[in-house]
Design a protein around this ligand. Sequence first.
Ligand code: UDP
Length: 491
Amino acid sequence: MTIKDEQQPLHILFFPFLAPGHLIPVADMAALFAARGVRCSILTTSANAAVIRSAVDRANDSFRGSGGGLAIDLVVVPFPDVGLPPGAESGTALSSQEDRDRFFLAIMRLREPFDRFLSENRADAVVVGSFFRWAAEAAAEHSVPHLGFLGTSVFARSCTNSVVCNNPMEAAPEDPDAVVTLPGLPHRVELRRSQMMDPKKRPDHWELLKSINSASQRSFGELFNSFHELEPDYVEHYRTTLGRRSWLVGPVALANKDAAVRGTSELSPDADGYLRWLDAKPHGSVVYVSFGTLSSFSPAEMRELARGLDLSGRNFVWVINGADADASEWMPEGFPQLISPRGERGLTIQGWAPQMLILNHPAVGGFVTHCGWNSTLEAVTAGVPLVTWPRYADQFYNEKLITEVLKVGVGVGSMDFASKLENRRVVIGGEVVAGAIGRVMGEGEEGEAIRKKAAELGAKARGALEKGGSSYDDVGRLMDELMARRSSFNV
Ligand code: UDP
């Protein structure tokens, strides 16, 4: 290696999958590496760049202000013309199977700008959303180490690996309530058949999961937005038993320089008002309800959730997704009074909520969540216990981690694995929702034990990224490996 090479900082290209739940943590991750002196480029399309531009700008401002860190470069490329409406460039914009198919065609076509970037720029590694199934091969063609990022927990990744390698559903009875055991994991993990993706109904997605699994075995490794102390048995399982190289670098949200603008270009003008509303509430008295960016609820589900919040007797902040039904279709009697300015019991947010600020507000004492991994980890980091209501993807696995392994939450009994394009059999009743909130936030031994455990995990989460913490060290370990690889190529 020449002296000139040694002086050049590492350069990592990040290419996140096109959904806010991937873009947001990848922008945070880039900020984390940039703060450690790595040159970071994030390649994405214009509508997706808008989701992270504010966060990237704030990170760059803070580096300029402190004199430390290297500026993150946001590289914007056109979204391929696949017949989707203008601006429909991410998972949030898809409302039919046809749109979904077009979107995945665009995902395939994005190989061209990715290849071009690597031909024109020298990179020491690429961190690529694992759903870009061509990326491991493309990176190999450019002789650049490929790091996959699936945006989930090591626990869920291990569950997916178990399911893909063993297909335990094949031998299970067709009955949706049949119990399926996932083989080869450190704990006994069991799900109902209805809570799992059926390979026969979603052969395309099943093939995608299989290709992600095989790509991960050919890659340099995988990055996780998680930390060792959260899931040590699964880190050991993944690294040692399965022999997969992996680095845990989270909770990446802690790298964010301004939680108010995280994930949005236009923060709701009412954001300050939400925080003032919370300021007026007693410590731990508010339940926060949000289901991320891709889930939607039917009118019947919305009605029961609203009843549940009412019956729980707790204060609440409920983020209502734009894709959810019109209020006239679901709002139960008496509910408008709860959220009226004088009602004072609840606040509904239509649009983007400053989730990190809300979760970290002392008034918040519980979080009703769909168990998206970012939301889950953000709550863990804030020390907030969870009420779990998984819908699809990795969410049922994350629920198991929360309720059975970490014991920082209780479930509402969600039974149907179904995306927003699919139907579900069961509508969870308001009484059940209220009961689960009561178990997590109420008096009594169970709630106290859950809250104590959540607070302990929160402290460990915050320690992981401090100097000498497990994630801080994993970032350093990866940087050392990439630098060593550069030297071995140049001797
Ligand atoms: N989020 C937010 N405000 C909102 C909705 C979502 O800040 O109003 C953020 C949330 O903090 C998390 C991400 O969007 O970082 C959602 O990711 P998650 O994995 O929880 O769910 P997904 O949307 O991918 O299902």
